[in-house]
Design a protein around this ligand. Structure first.
Ligand SMILES: Cc1cc2nc3c(=O)[nH]c(=O)nc-3n(C[C@H](O)[C@H](O)[C@H](O)COP(=O)(O)OP(=O)(O)OC[C@H]3O[C@@H](n4cnc5c(N)ncnc54)[C@H](O)[C@@H]3O)c2cc1C
Length: 452
């Protein structure tokens, strides 16, 4: 039995009096045995996938963390009906690779490919897909097997709209997902272009882009007044994309840059000098990795975030969603917030902020884009000193600008605010949760503040 590491999550202080335990399940039956009420397993029990969430949603401070990564079998790929059935611990990159051998791909342009299928269904698995494809991965689930808090297995299909809607983005409080069948599609090429813009220039186009049939992702550097925009459209011509330039881009953005930032934070004590150098390096990286060869791609070829998910200390980050309809105003205010906060505290995010559009998606009760398209804005840092205070300020900013939180990714989230945002949908979700887990066996104190 290994001891799971604890993370602080801003306003929530985890109790420290008991040793957390970690168990691993490598089969459906083992999961059912661990969750069964007769097993001598200390509650609360929290399922965990790759553990890439930013909050304590995937661990149990004084109960048991149940690792699902041993359930790593791809059970069936049906090229005729275009579906894939896999166990919950399968990593997205392994799924994408297996599908590509059959000429198929996941729907939506997903990143952080080191996460698990179960984690991407049980929390909003978002990515910069094109048009309506930019929904959560869970939307494409046709059926799944769930082991509930008493160890019983239930199979749920997309026809059971209410129950399936509650299980998608249920953060593991309704049970452990052990297997899922997803709709997939033939590999489809998209065209990609890259632009370098000032923040005001980007504000002029972002509202229009949010309503167009495109996908986009951007890197924002508030202290350089710079936006690097990666725009994706359905390809109108016959292109044959190459994976090598994308791999190089992923490696530069998600591996090399964070590592260099971390080293510079260690060796350069004067923060004005350090940040100037880090910003220059970020700009250079963008210039190099977005070469003219990164002009076409497909969902089958991204491997972004594979190494981050297996790293001992992944990036610190906090993500909030903002309504896409008036994102230009939010962005202007966010820039001011970053400059003011740096001036006041001497702390700022060292790696560029990333953002992408998320389509309207009402397939999950707790979908962050249930009512309208959103822009997910993710602030990340490689340095811990100052981070906890920064995420509290960021949460205050987000509340002020009607930010929609994600329970697994928005740090320092106040329970009252989350209740206000998710409103009636959260009431329904809580009722379903009480029916499925009347003894709160899956409810850690961290989760209880939101879902009891
Ligand atoms: C650098 C970086 C980039 C990221 N980029 C993105 C991004 O582009 N888009 C995005 O959406 N997210 C992103 N994330 C956040 C994170 O990767 C996702 O939230 C991911 O879906 C979590 O998957 P996981 O396997 O790590 O699950 P975990 O973090 O382990 O768990 C997430 C939640 O799901 C529950 N859970 C996990 N497995 C199961 C299961 N089998 N059954 C029931 N419940 C389960 C857990 O209890 C927890 O509540 C990023 C994170 C990092 C560090």
């Amino acid at each position: 039995m290994t001891v799971a590491p604890l993370r602080k999550t801003g306003r929530y202080a985890a109790p420290t009096h008991a040793e957390p335990a970690e168990l691993s399940a490598n089969s459906h039956r083992a999961t059912a045995r661990i969750l069964s009420r007769t097993a001598q397993v200390r509650a609360p029990i929290r399922p965990r996938g790759a553990g890439t969430s930013a909050t304590d949603c995937n661990s149990s401070a004084d109960g048991t963390t149940l690792s699902m990564t041993g359930l790593d079998r791809i059970i069936n790929i049906d090229s005729h009906n275009m579906t894939v059935t896999a166990q919950a611990g399968v990593r997205l990159y392994a799924l994408a690779e297996a599908l590509s051998r059959h000429g198929l791909e996941l729907i939506g342009n997903h990143e952080m490919m080191g996460r698990t299928l179960g984690g991407a269904i049980a929390s909003p698995g978002l990515g910069p897909g094109i048009g309506r494809d930019a929904a959560s991965l869970g939307r494409w689930v046709l059926s799944l097997k769930l082991v509930t808090a008493n160890g019983r297995t239930t199979t749920v299909s997309s026809g059971q709209k209410n129950l399936m809607g509650a299980i998608r983005s249920s953060y593991g409080v309704l049970g452990a997902i052990v297997e899922a069948t997803l709709k997939v599609r033939p590999i489809t090429t998209f065209a990609a272009t890259h632009r370098k813009l000032g923040i005001d220039q980007f504000c002029e186009v972002v509202d229009r882009l949010s309503n167009a049939d495109v996908g986009f992702r951007f890197y924002l550097m508030p202290h350089r007044d710079r936006v690097y925009l990666d725009l994706r459209r359905h390809a109108s011509d016959e292109r044959s994309p190459h994976s090598t330039p994308w791999r190089f881009k992923d490696w530069g953005e998600t591996t090399v840059l964070p590592r260099v930032c971390k080293s510079l934070n260690r060796i350069l004590p004067i923060h004005s000098v350090r940040y100037r150098l880090i910003d220059s390096l970020s700009e250079t990286t963008q210039g190099i990795v977005n070469s003219r060869f990164v002009n076409a791609g497909s969902n089958a070829m991204t491997r972004a975030g594979v190494s981050l998910a297996s790293s001992a200390r992944p990036l610190l980050y906090s993500t909030w969603c903002f309504p896409a309809s008036d994102f230009s105003f939010v962005l202007g205010a966010y820039r001011k917030f970053c400059l003011e906060s740096y001036e006041r505290t001497g702390f700022r995010a060292d790696v560029p902020v990333t953002g992408y559009r998320v389509a309207k998606d009402a397939s999950a009760l707790l979908s962050p884009s249930f009512d309208e398209p959103m822009i997910a804005l993710s602030t990340a840092s490689t340095q811990t000193k100052g981070w906890d205070d920064h995420v509290i300020d960021l949460a205050d900013f987000a509340e002020h600008w009607a930010g929609v939180p994600i329970y697994s990714q928005s740090r320092a989230l106040r329970a009252e605010y989350a209740t206000q945002v998710y409103g009636d949908r959260l009431d329904v979700f809580r009722r379903i949760r009480r029916q499925l887990d009347p003894q709160d066996r899956l409810l850690s104190p961290f989760m209880a503040q939101y879902f009891r």
